[in-house]
Design a protein around this ligand. Structure first.
Ligand SMILES: [Zn+2]
Ligand SMILES: [Zn+2]
Ligand SMILES: [Zn+2]
Length: 176
């Protein structure tokens, strides 16, 4: 995995209501990412519920940070052929609507996640690329609580990336 994320396999439970096609066995309830279903998230954001939008949101489970190619692959497993351009368009719309956050750590492809609006930070392993969310050490509204706002400049985000070596990549001291 290029991003070193733990993946537990794509779930392919069919989205029952938005599309003609379903790609998996039917389930009784819609899968939720967070406390709300993806449909509710779309509606709340004022977006039309479409199969590609639902599939994209479902392809970015909680806690993951996914590159476009992985999202495209997962979306196609769910709803069949969708152009890469269409997936970019959906990602752009969902990000603009505040349903997804896009991060671009140095040297990595752009990554999308569904944890939005809390301006959390990221802990990234230089060796394997594993990414973890980290809450801000400086308050509930990360890094902005005590930030002296420059006059006339509406700051709403602090992008903080902690780089290091994760436990799995840390050489074990030899025990002899
Ligand atoms: Zn690592
Ligand atoms: Zn994150
Ligand atoms: Zn912070």
């Amino acid at each position: 995995m290029p991003t070193g994320e733990r993946t537990t396999g794509e779930r392919t439970t069919g989205e029952r209501t938005t599309g003609e096609r379903t790609t998996g066995e039917r389930t009784t309830g819609e899968r939720t990412t967070g406390e709300r279903t993806v449909r509710e998230r779309l509606v709340t954001a004022g977006l039309r519920v479409t199969a590609p939008r639902v599939a994209v949101l479902e392809s970015i489970p909680n806690g993951t940070h996914r590159p476009v190619d992985a999202i495209a692959q997962a979306v196609r497993l769910r709803i069949g052929s969708v152009s890469t351009q269409a997936i970019y368009d959906v990602l752009r719309a969902l990000t603009a609507a505040g349903l997804l956050r896009r991060i671009e750590p140095a040297g990595m492809p752009a990554l999308y996640e569904n944890r939005v609006a809390d301006n959390h930070h990221h802990l990234i392993c230089r060796a394997c690329g594993a990414i973890e969310d980290v809450d801000c050490v400086a308050g509930a509204a990360p890094c902005l609580d005590s930030f002296p706002q420059p006059a006339g400049f509406a700051v709403d985000e602090a992008e903080v990336t902690f780089w290091g070596i994760c436990p799995a990549c840390t050489p074990k001291p030899s025990t002899d």
